[in-house]
Structure formats: C-alpha cells, structure tokens
Design a binder for this molecule. Structure first.
Ligand code: IMP
Length: 420
C-alpha cells in the first residue's frame, strides 16, 4: 500500500523517525517538495543523523530513494550529504534525483536574507534560498538539475538571472555574487550527480505500475502550506497532500493511505500565529525536556500545548487516515498536561482554524487539562501497557479528531514505537 506521511503541525513533528520506522516495508521512498530547509532527524545505530535533502529511506537496504522534481535542490548541499552518508558506510547507489528539479543558486540565498532583513513582516525563514528559488520557478526562469551538466548551457541560463538579481542585491546595499565564484563548483556537482539523475516522473510511474510500494515523505508541516497554511508565515511549497501530485507527476490514486504526524504538544520555528504558545518558565521546561532546538538552524523552537482545533483542520484538509503521535514520553514528569479544544472569539466558542493571521491573533484558546502519568513510558511496547492516564490522553485526541492514533513514539530509537 502506498503511503503518504505528512507533518500535521508547523513542521518538526518527528517525521524523520516516523518515516524511518515505516520505511522498512517500502520499495521506494520519495521526497516531493521543500528543500534543505527540512531537517529530518534519525538515529542510526545509536548515532544522530540529520537529513536535509536525502529521503529517510536511504538508511534502509534495497529501498530506492527518490528526490522528485517538486523539490528545490541546492546541489552543493546534496553532494555534501551524499558524501557524508557514504562515509557512514551507507550505500547511495539507489538514490535517484530528478533532472527536472529546480536548482537553488547562491543569489537565492542572498535574496532570502535580504528580503528577511528588509521585510516589514519577518517570516523567520531558514535563509536557505527556498522562497526565492520557488519564486523563479513560478516566474518561469528557473534553472534545473539537467542544466548543470553543460558549461555553456549553464552559463547561458544563469548569467541573465545573476545579472538581474545583482542589480536588485546592489539596490539593497548587498554584495552581489559573481557567477565565476560558483560556476565551477556547480558544474562539478552536476558531474557528481549525473549518475543519480533521471526523469523521475517516468521512473515513479513505472515503479507504480509495477506495483512497487511507495512511501511519500512530506517535509515541513501542513500549517506551513503556501495555500492552506498561516500565510504569510509559511514556506513556499505545498506541504499538503496536493504537493505529492504536482511534485512527482504521479496520479492521485497513487496515494492509498495518509498518516499524519503530530507531536503530543506543538512547536513552531520562525514567526507567525501560535494560539497555544507557552512563555517563560513553562516554555523553557517543555523546550528543554523536548530538546526543541531547530535541526536545520539550531534556533530554539517556540513551544505550546497541543492544539486540537488546528489538528482537526489538518486532518480534514488532507484526508488523514491515521495519526502517529510523537514525543509522548516528554510528558513523563509533567503534573498536568493541557490541550486546546476550542477557540473563543467575540465571546463565542468555535472549533474553526481559519489560517488567516488576523483571526488567529485574535482567538483565545480554551484549554482542557489532564493529570500527568508521572512515570517513564519509554520502554513500553504496547498500547495496553501504557498507564491509564496516558491511554486516556490518546483516546481523547482520537475522539476529538475522529481519526485513530495508529502509532505512538515514546523515545528517539526506532524500537521505541508503539504500533496499535
Ligand atoms: P523557508 O521554508 O526557509 O522559506 O521558511 C519559511 C517558514 O517555514 C519559516 O517559519 C521556517 O521556520 C519554516 N520552516 C521551513 N522549513 C521548516 C522545517 O523543516 N521545519 C519547521 N519549520 C520550517
């Protein structure tokens, strides 16, 4: 069965671990949107590894890992990641990269930083050039992986863009990037990536028709979707279910099941509305316990209670079949755990997550409190063996979102996962 794994919040839900746990059963694992703004943390043989571009299936023998054309690729970063993973003794022979994926160029990163510093609304981007690279795609001037192979072609495609953006960068008093400073490195990366590059649309459709099982690895989270998320505090791609089809070129029926990943609480990096956010000592405690520091940027994550109004919205707009709750063990020492069940606005309560910032900045969260279970659950292997109070918390969530919780993560290791 082909499975889509999506983050249901603002990213960092623990997709890396969930996908690594699930990937063993799949022939193919695909990344289809985003870029190296993602940071999927996996523990491999007890060692922490953070993947930014490589699909998490890379750790599983015989799995074909595909980076499809919806991903914006910084080829220098990708080559670095491939080399690092090879040094760990992991084979990258089954890695395929779309030759039609747009390339992130050095001026994209520069523009990301300039726009962030000059915008009246700061987004808090990862400053990796993701937004400007997608802007070039939509603006019909993108450069692709296939353009990295031939020097003349690359120069012809990139030079006008580089000149255009140099003017813009200078107008912000920035230092322009000369094409000569990066052309050789980019072409070398093209040579390195050549043996991995293919038309992944055809490849994926062939694999699909052969009946191979495919796992689609979403990056970021549903609430960061450029169309359905908390705009403008979003990323520049479609993190929702639709991104799979535009990003891979597979037909809609290729996704047979959607598993949504949600932390037992909520986090967010960057700016934007966050109705259940905690502050001061309460947030420090949760942040420390959950080790909530960005895996891509190292930034301390904003933390808060689980927002069931938001979760229900994410489940609804993606047709989520079941939920994988992560980091439940982080609550082991908590006296009290809360969730938000309603929003109050103008004296009335509702369960509507309208992603507009004007609305979300105004709503007052209505909390429900649960007593903590006050014992370690990190070695529990079955749902039945969890403390009654933990089971109650999980059952409350499923009742609210009307969707089963199929997996529960109680620690960082692959084995610390309860499959109901
Ligand atoms: P960008 O994707 O770098 O343009 O950043 C836009 C917004 O998405 C910022 O709030 C980032 O913090 C957030 N973001 C991007 N990638 C991730 C991720 O992998 N996890 C969590 N937040 C992310």
């Amino acid at each position: 069965m082909n499975l889509l794994v999506l983050g249901l919040q603002w990213g960092d839900e623990g997709k890396g671990k969930a996908i690594d746990f699930l990937a063993g059963n799949f022939n193919v694992v695909v990344r289809y949107q985003g870029g190296h703004n993602a940071g999927h943390t996996i523990y491999y043989k007890g060692k922490k590894v953070i993947l930014h571009l490589l699909p998490s299936g890379i750790f599983t023998n015989n799995t074909i890992s595909i980076i499809a054309q919806g991903v914006v690729i910084n080829p220098i970063q990708l080559v670095k990641e491939i080399k690092n993973i090879s040094l760990m003794g992991i084979s990258t022979d089954k890695l395929i990269v779309s030759m039609n994926a747009p390339v992130i160029l050095p001026f994209h990163q520069k523009l990301d930083i300039i726009f962030e510093n000059s915008r009246y609304l700061k987004i808090g981007t990862t400053k990796r050039g993701i937004g400007p690279a997608y802007e070039d795609l939509v603006g019909r001037r993108a450069v692709f992986i296939r353009d990295l192979i031939d020097k003349d072609k690359f120069y012809k495609r990139v030079k006008p863009l580089n000149d255009y953006y140099s003017k813009l960068i200078r107008s912000y008093d920035g230092e322009e990037v000369s094409i000569n400073s990066y052309i050789d490195e980019y072409l070398e990366s093209g040579v390195f990536l050549k043996k991995h590059s293919k038309n992944t649309t055809y490849l994926l459709n062939e694999l699909y028709m052969e009946g191979k099982s495919i796992l689609f690895e979403g990056a970021q989270g549903v609430l960061l979707d450029v169309n359905q998320g908390t705009y403008p505090y979003v990323t520049s791609s479609n993190t929702c279910v639709g991104g799979v089809f535009t990003g891979t070129g597979l037909p809609h029926k290729a996704v047979e099941k959607v598993i949504g990943i949600s932390k037992a609480y909520t986090t967010r990096v960057g700016e934007g509305p966050f109705p259940t956010e905690l502050f001061e000592e309460e947030s420090d405690f949760l942040r420390e316990k959950g080790n909530e520091f960005g895996s891509t940027t190292g930034r301390p994550r904003r933390v808060g209670w689980l927002d069931l109004v938001a979760l229900k919205y994410s489940v609804m707009i993606n047709g989520v079949n079941s939920v994988f709750v992560t980091k439940l063990d982080i609550f082991d020492e908590f006296d009290e755990i809360k969730v938000v069940t309603d929003y109050e606005i103008n004296g009335e309560q509702n369960q509507i997550f309208d992603p507009s910032i004007d609305y979300l900045n105004e709503v007052e969260p209505v909390f429900k409190s649960f007593p903590g279970w006050k014992k370690s659950i990190c070695n529990v292997k079955t749902f039945d063996d969890l403390p009654e109070k933990t089971k109650y918390y999980i059952k409350f969530i499923e009742n609210y979102i009307k969707t089963p919780v199929e997996y529960i993560s109680v620690g960082t290791q692959r084995e610390q996962t309860i499959n109901r």
